[in-house]
Design a protein around this ligand. Structure first.
Ligand SMILES: [Zn+2]
Length: 432
């Protein structure tokens, strides 16, 4: 009996120590002078992050470094979770319209090639995840798959495929052509009425999208549409939401005008994109439905101020500076009322890789640094339904980590040039 007990204890000791050895095995240790914990909203000092494969195995403060053979010394840096942009078009370069980014002449493959370049720029800017809302030819699905397979580098992508729009609606090419010219359109998803909306939504699901996007109002960049005017009816929007939800997929609604915003929210959309003419009733609905507001300030700045586009007749009052000021005011109002705000820039309208420039505009609109960072990390992960995997530097989450020199809570502009980028446990950028 004694021998048996001894054997059991030896076996148990061996099992425990081998489990211990397994737990100790790691691919990488990162020691950092600081780490922003987006949940406690504090910067922890002297942090050791243990990474195994693509995951964070452990996070602890004030470690005994003398026990480690090797570690990556980032003692001059503050770690943050990888950033998330909730509205991009990695397969879109509309800012090159005057240089030939033109659907009438470019082959579909060109979009894919541009997408690979844009994906790399976005990742190197510190954005380790994006929600990509609308592309031609399912270029976003192809790009997502190529990144996931490791063929090219880029952020983790959640994609929608082409957005649904009404005949003559936002994004519908050929709005300016005469009726005698037949225009075959696979650049956007034209669907009218409940049945067509259901069919188009099902088609996108067949081609493996992660989100459904609908154009619930007109848009600024489309010929003949009014951004302030609603397009789809609530019934049509409900059909898209119903088909998507059956498969556990959510709907993002492009909506500038208040009526379109309310239609989309009443139909069950999860996020409202742009929201230029958001009114008090729409803010109340956002709060009531616990929906997310995804307002792109950088693309508005790019078009109105940097490019000085002519938006007369597009429902906005005043000159371009006044129009931009009113967009900041709307953002500020929604934030102060407690709407869930996610970081979203509409990359592709402005040059890719400049995403982080939006942080300063959010600050200008009165958002605190911590709330700005949360909108691009933990709140964005919540919108995507992946809060258990992304959005903070925590045990068992994916190892998406960026680092800056200094304190981003006192200088948000530090995020505009990020020297260290890790996604899925792999380092993609490390500038000293
Ligand atoms: Zn967009």
């Amino acid at each position: 009996m004694k021998v048996f007990a001894k054997l059991v204890s030896i076996v148990c000791f061996w099992m425990l120590s081998s489990i211990n050895i397994m737990a100790q095995e790691s691919d990488l240790y990162i020691f950092a002078g600081g780490m922003l914990d987006v949940e406690t909203e504090q910067i922890e000092k002297n942090v050791l992050v243990t990474i195994k494969g693509n995951k964070i195995l452990d996070v602890k403060t004030n470690p005994d470094l003398s026990t480690l053979k090797n570690y990556l010394d980032l003692s001059d840096y503050t770690l943050l979770p990888g950033l998330i942009d909730c509205h991009t078009h990695l397969v879109g370069n509309w800012y090159l319209e005057n240089e030939g980014f033109d659907v009438y002449t470019l082959p579909a493959a060109t979009y894919g090639i541009l997408g690979t370049v844009n994906a790399k720029k976005t990742l190197e800017a510190g954005f380790t995840t994006v929600r990509d809302l609308h592309s031609y030819f399912y270029g976003d699905v192809a790009l997502r798959d190529a990144i996931n397979k490791g063929w090219i580098i880029g952020p983790r992508m959640y994609v929608s495929g082409p957005a649904l729009t009404i005949t003559g609606g936002h994004g519908a090419f050929g709005n300016w052509l005469s009726p005698q010219i037949e225009f075959s359109d696979n650049l956007v998803s034209i669907a009218d009425g409940v049945d067509e909306v259901r069919k188009e939504t099902r088609k996108h699901l067949k081609y493996r999208v992660d989100w459904i996007k609908v154009f619930a109002t007109g848009g600024f960049g489309s010929y003949g549409t009014k951004p302030g005017a609603a397009s789809y009816t609530i019934e049509e929007l409900k059909a898209a939401v119903d088909e998507a939800n059956k498969r556990g997929i959510k709907v993002a609604a492009h909506a500038h005008g208040a009526e379109g915003i309310k239609n989309a929210l009443r139909a069950g959309a999860t996020s409202i994109e742009h929201a230029t003419f958001l009114d008090d009733e729409a803010i109340a609905l956002l709060l009531q439905q616990k929906a997310y507001l995804s307002m792109d300030l950088l693309s508005a700045y790019f078009e109105l101020i940097e490019k000085n586009e002519d938006f007369s007749g597009k429902d906005l009052d005043g000159n371009n500076s006044e129009m931009f000021a009113s967009i900041l005011e709307t953002f500020s109002k929604a934030y102060k009322k407690g709407v869930k705000m996610v970081f979203a820039t509409d990359a592709g309208i402005y040059p890719h890789g400049r995403n982080a420039e939006q942080f300063s505009f959010m600050k200008k609109a009165g958002m605190t640094e911590i709330d700005i960072i949360k909108s691009a990390t933990i709140t964005a992960a919540e919108l995507l339904g992946v809060k258990d995997q992304l959005g903070s530097i925590d045990k068992n989450k994916l190892a998406d980590i960026i680092a800056v020199k200094g304190n981003p809570l006192s200088d948000i502009k530090l995020l505009e040039t990020i020297p260290f980028v890790m996604k899925d446990g792999k380092i993609y950028k490390h500038e000293k």
